[in-house]
Design a protein around this ligand. Structure first.
Ligand code: SF4
Ligand code: SF4
Length: 290
């Protein structure tokens, strides 16, 4: 089972849910922090890291001695990473998505493969929790390739929790793609609702099951609840505002270790997720047998 935990905006408590859920389960589980631009799950989890792996993208460089300036590579490149002038060929590695198209079309063998460092993947463990996160190189713009590499570290057969980046852009889609369920963490404010609507649209575009956790549920108004009812999105958990939670978070500590009731909260959340997935499977089976 792969559960992605995402949110339309930062600061909603996404990482708090991801880390506390992983620890509360107390069984072999893996937590993949795919928020590669600002990974911080390790600060709460404190895993013992035992492996570090540089991640490179294969990018082209053009050999001027072989290039005939035919322009085929520029035509195939969807990312404007190549410019061909009458007597010069330029590549822009920071725009290259490493699709390999230009290597295929160059019949002159003028394309030389180079490696460009985009970040690092670090793996560690904390008790039964296997932990993997990616750290994007400072100044690097391309997060999705590194996110895909973090996900490639998934140990299939083990329950997986993905801490996705906030927002609704390409890195989020790269993180949640392939999940069994996306848990959207939100707050009952007008800003929360606005970002939630965008996040729901993105998840539905991928046809993934989803559910909500409403954090600081007693602050703000009821518009998120009304929206969820209208859109038939299940609310799995509501967490009221609690000063102790804020203080525990600020100290970089886990709620499940400082506030015993949180273990029950996280386990009931997991039960709701399992029930939703089971219900979905039954609904699909019933539709298929009709
Ligand atoms: S396809 Fe090859 S030969 Fe043509 S412009 Fe590109 S690098 Fe040069
Ligand atoms: S590998 Fe793909 S993205 Fe990169 S320069 Fe070539 S065609 Fe463009």
């Amino acid at each position: 089972m792969i559960i992605s935990i995402a949110s339309g905006k930062g600061g909603t408590g996404k990482t708090t849910i991801a880390t506390n859920l992983a620890v509360a389960l107390g069984e072999p589980v893996q937590l993949l922090d795919c928020d590669v631009e600002e990974p911080n799950a390790h600060l709460f989890l404190n895993p013992v890291m035992y492996r570090s792996l540089d991640v490179h993208l294969e990018v082209p460089e053009i050999d001027p001695a072989r290039c005939t300036y035919c322009g085929k590579c520029r035509e195939i490149c969807q990312f404007n990473a190549i410019a061909i002038l009458p007597n010069a060929a330029l590549t822009f590695p920071e725009l290259c998505h490493s699709c390999g198209g230009c290597f295929l079309v160059c019949t002159e063998k003028a394309m030389i493969s180079k490696n460009r460092l985009i970040g690092v993947i670090e793996t560690g463990a904390r008790g039964p929790i296997r932990f993997v996160h990616g750290r994007l190189r400072v100044g690097e713009a391309l997060a999705p390739p590194l996110i895909r590499r973090v996900k490639a570290e998934t140990d299939n057969g083990v329950l997986t929790i993905i801490d996705a980046p906030p927002g609704t852009s390409c890195p989020v889609l790269a993180a949640v793609w392939g999940s069994d369920l996306v848990l959207l963490v939100t707050e009952p404010t007008p800003f929360g609702l606005n970002d939630l609507e965008l996040a729901v649209a993105a998840v539905r575009e991928m046809e993934l099951p989803l559910g909500l956790v409403i954090n600081r549920a007693d602050v703000g108004d009821r518009r998120v609840h009304d929206y969820a009812a209208r859109e038939k999105i299940p609310i799995f958990l509501e967490i009221p505002f609690d000063r102790e939670v804020a203080e525990t978070y600020a100290r970089g500590e886990l709620m499940v270790e400082k506030m015993p009731e949180w273990r029950g909260l996280m386990l009931s959340l997991f039960e709701r997720i399992q029930a939703e997935l089971e219900g979905g499977r039954l609904r699909k089976a019933a539709a298929g047998s009709r």
